[in-house]
Design a protein around this ligand. Structure first.
Ligand SMILES: [Zn+2]
Length: 472
């Protein structure tokens, strides 16, 4: 068994990864909030997580991969205020929240497919797990971690030792700085909503009294009144439900390090009195014109917009792989074009390759070492090119490339050998050349070789006889 090293955000160190249960890995990846298309910056995170899963599988581990779909509770502000993102879009597009959630879930799954990202084994929707989330909140209530305000049930972060450890949060400093700005009823600036009331104090709907134009489409009864779960509680509840606690690896984008993930840890560990997860991995941002890509900013690019420009989505995947997941990646159309021509060149070469036979163990070992070193995909891509440029027979190249592609996922297995249509003139020249060679008339053979090359072909003299290929 080869050693796998992963950078753990919890310890800020590269550590050897050892699964809790031998040969098995529980992996939870924070999923999308389905109120809009994912942008290519979001998708970079899912590619990184896909490479992580494929690397674990390449090492012979059996991965159980769980991803949530946030269809309720994600508010437009991290400070537990603002509108529910899905409700807001539904209002704007004059559709039901369920239509919105379904539409954008489908779009997201199409993005995954286009990028050759393996789907999780378990998809879990927040709205399918309301009872479970209520049960987790009740557990936290029993243990004294909650309090009630006018607009909901909150988690008291001052009761949880080590709150914000993942983010290295300066909780005391935050407290001092934010004392005056605290939202009504919140005890500490880092406290967050577990359950939000649809109406103040969970009363029933009264449009006149509550001064609201319409009621929410998504709301449920709870021991505290009509309302809906906060965003963070779904991940705590569903990860524990499907993977137990502790589980092996939890991932997400770096934007989750400061709020969402510390909150998940606080909830899960306070409720169950056990460590939530052993490894936390985070993918860096995609940068465009010196800014991170964001739905709110003007630099919002979807995968569809790449496809509409005729770009193969896998060219974007290739571009992602050329940079390490913990480094910011600068996106430009120029770099995407370069990635696309690199990928096309790989495809073109693979088209000429013979059926896979015995691979090159030394390069496969080198590749394994690279990806097991905290998913060093830039190094892995360099090794791929080393292989392509080598003098190994094409059947060996193909075998090893297909091994690499189990991790890289560039769709190389689908590339079929191109049947070469060789013009009659070339065939005739090759035949004359073979005759000359047999007569040991090498000067004629050489002249004929040059003629063949001028027509864009090349003759390889193999044990089985001359083999005509396209000139590289
Ligand atoms: Zn999450």
């Amino acid at each position: 068994m080869n050693k796998i090293y992963l950078y753990n955000t919890l310890t800020r160190k590269k550590e050897e990864f050892k699964p809790i249960k031998k040969g098995m890995v529980g992996l939870y990846t924070c999923g999308p909030t389905v109120y809009n298309y994912a942008h290519i910056g979001n998708l970079r995170t899912y590619v990184f997580e896909d490479v992580l899963r494929r690397t674990l599988e390449y090492n012979g581990l059996k991965v159980k991969h769980v991803m949530n779909i946030t269809d309720v509770g994600h508010l437009t502000s991290d400070a537990d205020s603002g509108e529910d993102k899905v409700e807001k879009t539904a209002k704007k597009e004059k559709k039901t929240v369920w239509q919105i959630a379904e539409f954008y879930t489908k779009a997201f799954r199409q993005d995954l497919k286009d990028l050759n990202i393996q789907e999780p084994h378990i998809w879990c929707k927040a709205t399918d797990h309301i009872k479970n989330q209520i049960a987790t909140i009740q557990k936290l209530e029993e243990k004294g971690f909650t309090y009630q305000t006018d607009d909901g049930i909150y988690f008291d972060t001052s009761k949880f030792k080590n709150y914000g450890e993942l983010a290295r949060l300066d909780v005391k400093g935050l407290k001092a700085g934010a004392r005056i700005k605290l939202r009504a009823g919140k005890k500490n600036p880092t406290d967050f909503a577990l359950w939000k009331f649809s109406y103040p104090r969970g009363r029933s709907f009264d449009a006149a009294q509550d001064n609201v134009a319409s009621r929410r489409q998504m709301e449920w009864d709870s021991p505290w009144g009509l309302g809906f779960p906060g965003w963070h509680i779904e991940c705590s509840t569903m990860s524990t439900k499907y993977l137990g606690q502790p589980f092996d690896i939890h991932t997400g984008g770096v934007d989750h390090i400061s709020v969402h993930h510390p909150n998940e840890i606080a909830q899960s560990e306070a409720a169950h009195g056990k460590k939530m997860t052993n490894f936390w991995l985070h993918g860096e941002f995609l940068i465009i014109k010196d800014q991170k890509m964001a739905k709110s900013g003007g630099n919002f690019i979807t995968l569809d917009s790449l496809k509409n420009k005729g770009v193969d989505p896998l060219a974007y995947r290739y571009l992602i792989l050329t940079s390490h997941y913990r480094s910011k990646l600068n996106f430009s159309w120029k770099s995407l074009t370069a990635a696309e021509s690199a990928l096309k060149s790989i495809y073109h070469q693979v088209e000429q390759f013979d059926s896979p036979k015995v691979g090159r163990a030394e390069l496969e070992q080198k590749f394994l070492k690279a990806i097991n070193n905290d998913l060093d995909t830039p190094r892995a891509i360099a090794i791929l090119w080393e292989l392509l440029k080598s003098n190994y027979p094409t059947d060996a190249k193909k075998k090893t490339l297909l091994e690499f592609d189990r991790v890289l996922g560039l769709g190389l297995a689908k590339i079929k050998k191109k049947k070469l249509s060789i013009p009659k003139a070339v065939k005739d020249l090759a035949e004359q050349r073979e005759k000359a060679r047999k007569k040991k008339d090498f000067s004629t053979a050489d002249t004929l070789r040059i003629k063949i090359e001028k027509l864009g072909f090349q003759v390889l003299d193999t044990k089985e006889g001359p083999n005509i290929i396209k000139k590289e």
